[in-house]
Design a protein around this ligand. Sequence first.
Ligand SMILES: [Mg+2]
Length: 206
Amino acid sequence: MILFFDFDGTIIENRARYHRVHAHCLGKTPAVLSETEYWELKRSRIPEKEILRRHYPNVDCARYQRERELVIESTEFLAFDTLLPGAHETLRTLKANHTLILVTLRKNSKTAMREIQSFGLHELCSDIRIAAAGKDPVAKKIELIRHDCDPSSWVIGDTEADILAGKALHLTTCGVLSGIRKKECLQMLNPTHLVTSIGELLSLLR
Ligand SMILES: [Mg+2]
């Protein structure tokens, strides 16, 4: 069976990076939101603009957004990403019986590939597919998956793009709650399965 895995929030933890970038982009204004508070807003799909309006009314939103675009995937901040607990072991176990393909949307494919390799994921995945992040993430994910999926394939990920791409291709979808969307957001999309982390795939696929 082919399992198409998302990367950010599915295999790796991004919350520390996102909060560090947030604090950096505020410039001289001190961050009043803790990492947990900020991440909960992100998980509830509150846009950066709205977070600033609520908590940092004096920060120049356009400047903040420009800086965020520049640094969010910089090597300096990617260094704060970590593998989610048990993720590597889970993938290694699944690899024995399944084909694992990594599909991710990133602005910078070079730093993404370096990061994927630094976590040793290139040794576990048969293929690594990266498309440019930006407009229409669902269509981009579909493009990365469509040419070699079959009806038994699964799409596993933490965001709308993963679930909606899988559904558009009539595949089994598995939402994971380890990333940037909370349960209510993913539940609304009605994925085939909804799990806390990819570790639960071991029993689901048995
Ligand atoms: Mg993701």
